[in-house]
Design a protein around this ligand. Structure first.
Ligand SMILES: *Cc1c(COP(=O)(O)O)cnc(C)c1O
Length: 298
């Protein structure tokens, strides 16, 4: 395809090492959704010696990325797969997170972790069921997906005195010592600023009159071969070092506002070179996570 994605693997390794050092506890790197589109296998290979383990969403993700083969570090699946047996988890060196007595019982020999609900209200165990699930799964580790310090506190209160290994923090709470417990689970903090996504101008013209479906007007426009069917949206981009706008997104191509010196073949940078996930996310009205995963998969 015409989109080129460059992943700065050495920078990701340096970032992982920095986070590991800053937090001072074990680090389980989140490589779900193919490491947010960056490639779980190559990310895991790159940071295997720095991290203490990996988190995937499902067992299947760990298998397709060959996570154990490439990194030989413990793997946690954040959600159990309904039809996978404990043996399949064990064979692939993946421990499932469980949140019901039924799951805990069924997956006990795969050493499940308890996932506790402190407000997220999805795939997690309510306070009233914690004891039952812990004992059904003989769990020695529990976590929550906390998004603020109240939830961390709630988790601490629910879990204290049980002698379990605990974790709660993703990227947004890395700098909160009270959220660290025994491990942190960063995802986006490892990947932001680590990718460049670019695609060439395949057509350019001086315009000055209404163009496209929406009838936008710019002095000069260019076409790129990426559209909403690939996941692109209207927003900022960079052309030859200048901040520009994607004016209209079509099914498989889009219009870019360009300057007088911009030519066919010049690169339109959709992420990177100073254009951050946060900036794209703001223009799109979404999260950095969504901006990154959409752009890295274009
Ligand atoms: C996705 C996820 C994370 C990582 O989130 P980031 O904001 O990308 O750091 C951590 N924990 C759980 C349970 C998750 O689902």
């Amino acid at each position: 395809m015409s989109v080129k994605t460059t992943v700065y693997l050495e920078k990701i390794a340096a970032q992982a090492a920095e986070i590991r050092k800053r937090c001072g506890v074990a680090m389980l790197a989140v490589v779900k959704a193919d490491a947010y589109g960056l490639g779980a296998s190559r990310i895991a290979t790159t940071i295997a010696d720095i991290v203490d383990g990996f988190c995937v969403f499902s067992l299947q993700e760990a298998i397709s990325a060959r996570l154990w083969e490439v990194a030989k570090k413990p793997i946690l699946a954040l959600r159990p797969s309904p039809d996978a047996t404990a043996e399949i988890y064990l064979d692939n060196h993946v421990r499932p997170a469980v949140s019901t007595v039924e799951e805990a019982r069924r997956l006990k020999t795969a050493r499940p972790l308890l996932c506790v609900d402190c407000g997220m209200q999805r795939v997690a165990c309510p306070a009233s069921q914690i004891d039952a699930v812990l004992s059904a799964g003989e769990c020695d580790e529990a976590f929550t997906h906390a998004i603020n310090l109240e939830q961390v506190k709630q988790f601490e209160n629910l879990m204290s005195g049980r002698g379990l290994r605990l974790h709660a923090a993703g990227s947004s709470l890395l700098d909160e010592p009270s959220a660290r417990f025994d491990a942190v689970r960063p995802g986006i903090a490892l990947y932001r600023g680590m990718v460049k996504v670019e695609t060439p101008l395949v057509e350019v013209r001086d315009s000055g009159k209404p163009a496209g479906y929406s009838g936008f007007t710019v002095a000069r426009l260019g076409i790129i071969l990426s559209g909403y069917s690939h996941g692109l949206r209207r927003g900022p981009c960079m052309v030859n070092g200048q901040r520009r706008q994607i004016m209209e997104v079509g099914m498989q191509s889009s219009y870019v506002e360009i300057g007088p010196g911009d030519r066919t073949g010049d690169s339109v940078v959709l992420l990177g070179e100073g254009l951050s996930e946060a900036e794209v996310a703001k223009a799109w009205g979404t999260s950095e996570h969504e901006a990154l995963v959409r752009l890295s998969r274009l």
